[in-house]
Design a protein around this ligand. Structure first.
Ligand SMILES: *[C@@H]1O[C@H](CO)[C@@H](O)[C@H](O)[C@H]1NC(C)=O
Ligand SMILES: *[C@@H]1O[C@H](CO)[C@@H](O)[C@H](O)[C@H]1NC(C)=O
Ligand SMILES: *[C@@H]1O[C@H](CO)[C@@H](O)[C@H](O)[C@H]1NC(C)=O
Ligand SMILES: *[C@@H]1O[C@H](CO)[C@@H](O)[C@H](O)[C@H]1NC(C)=O
Length: 588
């Protein structure tokens, strides 16, 4: 066993032998695993070796502690590194997996390596281990960019052996799940210049209800100095210590209206029917934070404009409180801290919405394990919308509502040759919508094509799900953050009206479904009795039928052009799937 000094990171620093190339490479991230932060996770990323080093702190009273990963946060089946106390009191770490019933089995390949631990005099156990992103063991979870669902559980009884242990429990004190993006961008956080000032937009002593989910909305009028244009250089969460683990995500919206329009200073539940209608214009995302996210820093070339003569001075903070333990009596004043300056950077950053139009023309049949919808940003739109020298995308926020499980955006040049993907989340969750800095900024030229696809799971739905605004409707959007700001703001598609009519007509003529010319779009979708073949046909139609494009400017108007019945962009040369550095033949 190593000798370990007092500093908490001593263990992690010891077991992680990086060459001191850059201070950033040693960055240690952390997230609390339970509500009161008594169990926490700290990690370092070694990109050259494609390894993570984890350190976990927890109270020492336990017989076993399982820490691992699952696809969408289910406790089992899952991949666990299991810490357990032998009958003689020694701790061991073992690579395990749990079957569909929550029963533990041992992996043939042991991939929770370099285990070390210590127990502090204050009764905290700290342990570390390393884990490859991809261990090449089919029993192990592959850690990828985007969302990772971290699951844990513990038992207070000592066990004789981990094999056969049943980790299934409904006890919220002894199990949990959090989402984190583990493979963070190490080089995104640049230092701020000294002329930067802070602007805090915080909740005002909110009595957090003893309910699992609360969305709290507070409208602010910006201080007078924002009649002059400022730049946001960076923003971060300001979470009260007593609300750690409770504040799940926050968004700041700009109230998109003319500069003179007064918006009521609403402060209450977002879904309360007393919320004034006028606050509905507060929906243009300025900032988004989700649990585990680091400060979001704009790249040196650009920053996000806030304020100015034509800028409506109202913004709205939305906080999602997640209170599964139904605690009562918590008062919260968390919010977002902005680092701003009236010294403007060279360029304004902007946001473009890629993906699907919000329309019931796009729909997802019920009972599907995974059904895709795809939104196109076509060549003729980027040709008119982007400056000649193109734009540089440095950040991306993927967005769906409740049933989105995977989202990605592919990038093609004007000849249909695929370039590296813009962003991808294979374990997407609507509850973890960070704006992420891309590890490599992406240059997109006029004429290029961006294709955003979302996969939805409707196993729990009995009826059709439609594209739309309501939380029970779906969206498929990638908000890309880029510079220099261009006139293009919306580049989204849906199936052309004509093609959809043809589909409904086909359903009537050949499949004997009660669709009809006189019925509306959603009514027609409802009319269809969905079976495997019809679902597959809809999928094919969506991927081949001509498009109706929304190629809009920030003024809300379309770019001049003809945007109906555009062909689906042709892919001439797709990229091969990413290769894994594995030698599967030497495994059982
Ligand atoms: C966790 O990270 C935050 C910064 O993101 C830092 O302020 C805090 O001190 C860290 N906590 C621990 C226990 O290291
Ligand atoms: C595991 O434990 C849960 C609850 O504690 C129980 O319902 C389940 O039947 C057990 N499974 C097996 C395979 O023993
Ligand atoms: C689906 O919803 C529509 C509209 O509310 C309703 O008419 C229809 O009966 C529903 N279908 C099923 C299978 O529940
Ligand atoms: C795009 O512009 C058209 C025409 O002005 C408008 O009807 C539509 O709502 C706009 N779409 C978005 C998403 O702004």
């Amino acid at each position: 066993m190593l000798r370990i000094s007092k500093s908490w990171c001593a263990v992690l620093c010891f077991c992680f032998s990086l060459v001191a190339a850059n201070k950033d490479d040693y960055k240690i991230f952390n997230v609390s695993l339970n509500g009161d932060s008594s169990i926490s996770l700290h990690w370092l990323i070694d990109y050259p070796k494609t390894k993570l080093a984890f350190e976990i702190h927890l109270p020492s009273e336990f017989g076993w502690f399982a820490f691992g990963f699952s696809n969408y946060g289910e406790a089992f089946p899952a991949d666990y590194c299991l810490l357990w106390r032998n009958l003689d009191g020694k701790l061991h770490l073992i690579d395990t997996w749990t079957n569909d019933e929550g029963v533990v089995d041992l992996d043939h390949h042991q991939d929770c390596s370099n285990f070390r631990y210590k127990t502090t005099s204050s009764g905290i156990t700290k342990y570390t281990f390393k884990r490859k992103f991809d261990t090449c063991d089919n029993r192990d979870y592959i850690i990828e960019d985007g969302t990772t669902h971290i699951v844990w559980s513990r038992g207070l009884q000592r066990i004789v052996s981990p094999k056969g242990l049943n980790i299934s429990t409904s006890d919220r004190q002894n199990s949990g799940m959090i989402r984190a993006s583990l493979l963070k961008n190490l080089h995104a956080n640049t230092n701020l210049p000294s002329h930067v000032q802070t602007l805090e937009l915080l909740a005002d002593k909110v009595k957090v209800p003893a309910e699992e989910t609360t969305y709290w909305c507070r409208v602010f009028k910006l201080p007078d100095k924002f009649k002059k244009k400022h730049h946001i250089y960076q923003y971060e969460a300001n979470i009260q210590a007593s609300s750690q683990g409770l504040v799940h995500h926050m968004e700041l919206f700009h109230c998109e209206s003319n500069a003179k329009e007064e918006i009521p200073l609403y402060n209450g539940d977002c879904f309360d029917n007393k919320r004034p209608k006028k606050t509905e214009v507060c929906k243009r995302v300025l900032a988004a934070w989700a649990m585990g996210a680091q400060p979001f820093t704009y790249p040196e070339e650009a920053a996000l404009p806030l304020g100015g003569e034509t800028f409506n001075q109202y913004v709205m903070l939305e906080i999602h409180y997640n209170n599964p333990e139904l605690k009562s009596g918590i008062i919260d004043s968390s919010g977002v801290r902005f680092h701003i300056s009236d010294k403007l950077r060279q360029m304004d950053a902007g946001v473009i919405e890629l993906g699907l139009e919000y329309t019931d023309k796009m729909a997802i049949p019920p009972g599907q394990e995974s059904f895709p919808l795809t939104g196109y940003c076509i060549s003729s739109c980027t040709s008119v919308g982007f400056p000649q020298e193109g734009i540089t995308i440095f950040g991306s926020q993927l967005h769906t509502h409740l049933i989105g499980v995977k989202v990605y955006t592919r990038h093609f040049d004007a000849l249909g040759r695929e370039l590296p993907e813009l962003n991808r989340d294979n374990h997407y969750s609507t509850h973890f919508q960070e704006i992420r800095r891309l590890k490599k900024p992406v240059k997109v030229l006029p004429g290029h094509v961006l294709i955003t696809r979302c996969d939805y799971s409707t196993m729990n739905r009995k009826n059709m799900t439609f594209g739309g605004f309501s939380i029970s409707d779906e969206m498929c959007v990638n908000y890309i953050h880029y510079y220099p700001r261009a006139p293009l703001e919306v580049c989204k598609s849906s199936i052309s009206e004509q093609a959809l009519k043809t589909f409904f007509n086909y359903m009537k003529e050949w499949e004997d479904q009660p669709t009809s010319e006189s019925k509306g779009v959603s009514e027609n979708y409802y009319s269809i009795q969905w079976n495997k073949m019809r679902v597959q046909l809809l999928d094919e139609v969506y991927h081949e039928a001509p498009l109706s494009m929304q190629c809009n400017m920030s003024s809300g108007n379309r770019f001049p052009g003809y945007w109906e019945n555009a062909p689906v962009p042709a892919v001439s040369l797709p990229l091969p799937p990413p290769s894994r550095d594995c030698h599967f033949d030497d495994q059982k």
